[in-house]
Design a protein around this ligand. Sequence first.
Ligand SMILES: C[S@@+](CC[C@H](N)C(=O)[O-])C[C@H]1O[C@@H](n2cnc3c(N)ncnc32)[C@H](O)[C@@H]1O
Length: 238
Amino acid sequence: MNYIKSKKYDNHFIYDCMMGPNAMKLLEELLTLHPISSGETVLDLGCGMGITAIFVTKEYGVRVFASDLWIDPSDNKKRFDDMGLSSHQIIPLKAEAHQLPFANEFFDTVISIDSYHYFGLDKDYLGRHLLPLVKHGGRILIVVPGMKKDIHSDIPPEMLLSWRAEDLETLHDAAYWQRILEATPDAEILSIEEMAGFDECWNDWLSCDNEYAVKDRKAMEAGAGKYMNLLAIALRRK
Ligand SMILES: C[S@@+](CC[C@H](N)C(=O)[O-])C[C@H]1O[C@@H](n2cnc3c(N)ncnc32)[C@H](O)[C@@H]1O
């Protein structure tokens, strides 16, 4: 895929803010598969350092609530200000995914890139904590790191060069996610598919000097990527 929109952004800025495989490119691919419309109210759930929130605000003309747990919202506000975005367009906040401070049926779309696997593997999470915040007919668009086939009982040695078995517990295959998500009958699963950008988005991450990226290199250089994927998941509230 040719990431026309993402490539307009300064590489130094993106590399300084990456927390995993290039989230801006992943979001561009996700929104190519599942377009959104200007004027929508969007939640970026687990937005990290805000690169996806900036991207969707600037490129799609939506209003974004940029919510994260680990990253200070004041630091995100500074990044948003530096990008020339106003607090009418993009609102930084700190929130835990089980205690999101929003009214029911508030959002047209939720996006969540490389975050949902931290809290969404509990099959009750979606129906109890997230879906009620989405308008009927609205969508939840997710990217999670995954596995081509669940191999938790027989983890290949390449993967163990960088990660312990417990670090891999949140990585699952598409069939596993299907089972988790279909436990919420009010959510229609539109699609769960492997993303084309795996190699490019991982290469961007591995070439930045974030200490976690450096740690990930051993496994990926030994070929761990052949067991892994990135899954794009699209849900609609009925
Ligand atoms: C790997 S980072 C990805 C950040 C960003 N989406 C990106 O791709 O650059 C995972 C993010 O998930 C968020 N997260 C993890 N557990 C969470 C929870 N229980 N509630 C809200 N956010 C959570 C963290 O704050 C963190 O920023």
